[in-house]
Every structure is written in structure tokens, then in C-alpha cells.
Write a protein that binds this ligand. Sequence first.
Ligand SMILES: Nc1nc2c(ncn2[C@@H]2O[C@H](COP(=O)(O)OP(=O)(O)OP(=O)(O)O)[C@@H](O)[C@H]2O)c(=O)[nH]1
Ligand SMILES: [Mg+2]
Length: 181
Amino acid sequence: AGAARPGGTCLLLGATGVGKSLLGKRLRKLCSRDGAKELGEPPATMPTVGTNLTDLTLHKRVTLRELGGCMGPIWPSYYGECSAVLFVIDAANPTQVSSSCVQLLSLLSAEQLAAVPVLILFNKIDLPCYMSLVEMKSLFRMQDIVSCATQPITILETSARDGTGLADVLQWLQATLRDPS
Ligand SMILES: Nc1nc2c(ncn2[C@@H]2O[C@H](COP(=O)(O)OP(=O)(O)OP(=O)(O)O)[C@@H](O)[C@H]2O)c(=O)[nH]1
Ligand SMILES: [Mg+2]
């Protein structure tokens, strides 16, 4: 199905307001040719209604397809055409933990994603009230989730605001979407 777009397609998923759109803009800036050393003030974002495509130039072209948090019910219609998933969680929003956890469990159990590598991002770690990786992992029972999952799962902490962890995200995409050789 992905034949229409060369390169690889990575779905960018997560509840509304977790920072998917800002992350997409930051990643594009980081791998743009002027090789932004300074990210500067974060550009404004609007809640994404529908889907939003961002092309990244890595070793090959990688398309990030964000599906707005409010589009949750139709996420599965895009599962067939992706080779990786970025799942974003707001580490500074304790009230969203249970709904994010349900979303994560349902995507991990989707048949079409059974072998698709997943990168989980605990985002917004620049905020003073963010929950540490240890806290987040225990709130999500991440150990159980990872051991029951059929797909490879990687976990990172990020700030789309100040750029923390974003180079590691690019590195993961590059390694994950490498052509089999
Ligand atoms: N402090 C901080 N704010 C962030 C970070 N990432 C995103 N934001 C802010 O959070 C708000 C929502 O970000 P978006 O990127 O629009 O969220 P989204 O996940 O795309 O939301 P939907 O499109 O509605 O699903 C914006 O005001 C962003 O500037 C971060 O790492 N730290
Ligand atoms: Mg958005």
C-alpha cells in the first residue's frame, strides 16, 4: 500500500495536545539542510483535525503521518501502510495516563501492527512538573506491556520544546527504516 510514497512511512500517534505536531516540525527542522543548531522558540500549532504529513530527509525520505488525537476512532484505517510507529505521551499530564495507556494497548494488539517497531516518547520533560521515566514506566506498567507485546518497543524521553532527545528519535527512525540488506 505504501508504494505511492517512496521511502518509509511512520505513523505519529498519541492523545490530543501531547505534542505530535510540534515534534514533527522540530524533527523536520533538525534534519533540514541548514542543519538548525538552535531550535529557537517553538512555532505555534493548532489541534490537528484529520492527518498531517511531514517529510523528513534522512538516509532516505521518511514520511511522518500524524493522526490528530481527536481522530482516535479512525487510527486503525492507517495501520496497513506504515513501517514504524511513534507513540507520544505527555509526561506532565497525569490525568491523561489511563486514556493514553488504553490507546497504547489497543495499537500494540492490532494485528496489522504486530511486527511494526514502536517508539514510545514521554514528551514535555522540560516542564517542571513532569513525571520521571521511572514514574511513567510504573504508572503504565510498562514492563508488562513490553513483555506481552509482539513488536520491538523502544522508550525515550523528549522535549519537543527544547529539543531534548530529538536526535535520538531521528537515529531510531534511521535505524528502523533502513532497507533490509
Ligand atoms: N512545554 C512543552 N510544551 C510542548 C511540548 N510539545 C508540545 N508542546 C505544546 O503543547 C501544545 C500542543 O502541541 P501539539 O503539537 O499541537 O499537540 P498534538 O499532539 O499535535 O495535538 P493534536 O493535534 O490535537 O492531536 C502546544 O502548545 C505545544 O507548543 C514540549 O515538549 N514541552
Ligand atoms: Mg497535532
